[in-house]
Design a protein around this ligand. Structure first.
Ligand code: NAD
Length: 299
């Protein structure tokens, strides 16, 4: 029997969506409808499904939502022209360009062309800088780490503790998850270690953590004996691995696992997020929260 408090990503994401919907209704009452534009270039099935779920969530929140689907052959100049048009459109408060972009398009250039006030992914260097200097009234924060912080607050509330002064270890130093996660933990007065593929004796570093965040992309890399008893474990990883048997179409089954060996870690941790049904559910919800925030600021 797992001892850890199980964090329910769906329930927490639903709470965020309910709050965003209520605030969006109030904003509409003042004549402002939050607007989200998603931009998809090409026909990658995973990207299509991500963009569709973002559009669906935006509609559920009562936002104006529009999807711009461009051909795989779209040039960088054409994409930049669309971004510029959306930057100028007063009905649009959030612009999301789905990554990865086709080869031949410079993603950094496209992301930097988005008006930072409409950059609801929080990837623009201006937002990265605002986050790092703690200007939270102006920054837009990347959705996955922002959602992870809400899960952490829920865990702290359930365990009757707070973040200030805790040892936090984040494994993974990507710009979209690891680094912003470390910044957010630092702002909440944790003592933060940002570990990565060159870290020496990673299990020993992880065992120091009161708060352990795994954002690596390695299936079940974090074992039960890496977890300090009572720690809060946030598993950001989403990895598809071979399952058992075949599906109705005769294809080998697959399943999703995190970066943490859940069953082992749940024996030791104080609280833990599952995969699926954990942090992944929060990312789209936080995109809606960012779009609402951008709309409020523009009003
Ligand atoms: P990334 O590949 O950009 O970065 C991975 C990081 O992990 C790197 O900094 C690398 O140094 C580190 N790393 C790699 N191998 C390691 C090892 N053996 N030991 C220690 N560190 C190692 O990945 P990312 O975009 O940050 O994503 C990480 C994981 O989170 C992936 O599984 C991804 O699918 C998932 N993810 C989930 C969401 C969500 O919505 N829940 C969002 C983004 C990413």
């Amino acid at each position: 029997m797992a001892k850890a408090y199980g964090l329910d990503g769906k329930a927490i994401a639903d709470e965020v969506i309910a709050r965003v919907s209520a605030d969006a209704a109030a904003l509409r009452g003042r004549g402002v409808t939050p607007g989200l534009a998603t931009v998809l270039v090409g026909a990658d099935p995973a990207s299509q499904s991500y963009v569709a779920s973002k559009g669906k969530a935006a509609k559920a929140c009562g936002f104006h939502s529009e999807q711009h689907t461009l051909a795989e052959t779209t040039s960088e100049a054409e994409l930049l022209a669309l971004v510029e048009k959306l930057n100028r459109d007063p009905a649009i408060h959030g612009i999301l360009v789905q990554l990865p972009l086709p080869k031949g398009i410079d993603s950094a250039r496209v992301l930097e062309a988005i008006d930072p006030r409409k950059d609801v992914d929080g990837f623009h260097p201006i937002n990265v800088g605002l986050l790092s200097i703690g200007e939270m009234d102006r920054a837009l924060v990347p959705c996955t780490p922002a959602g992870s912080m809400i899960m952490l607050d829920k865990a702290c509330a359930a365990l009757g503790t707070t973040l200030a002064g805790k040892e936090a270890v984040v494994i993974g130093r990507s710009n979209i998850v690891g680094k912003p996660m470390a910044q957010l933990l630092l702002q909440r007065h944790c003592t933060v270690t940002l570990a990565h593929s060159r870290t020496h004796d990673l299990p020993a570093v992880a065992r120091r953590a009161d708060i352990l965040v795994a954002a690596v992309g390695q299936p079940e890399m974090v074992r039960g004996d890496w977890v300090k008893p009572g720690a809060i474990v946030i598993d950001v990883g989403i990895n598809r691995v071979a399952g058992q048997g075949v599906d109705a179409a005769g294809k080998p089954k697959t399943r999703l696992v995190g970066d943490v060996a859940y069953a082992e870690a749940a024996e030791v941790a104080g609280a833990i997020t599952p995969v699926p049904g954990g942090v992944g559910r929060m990312t789209v919800a936080m995109l809606m929260a960012n779009t609402l925030e951008a709309a409020k600021r523009s009003a």
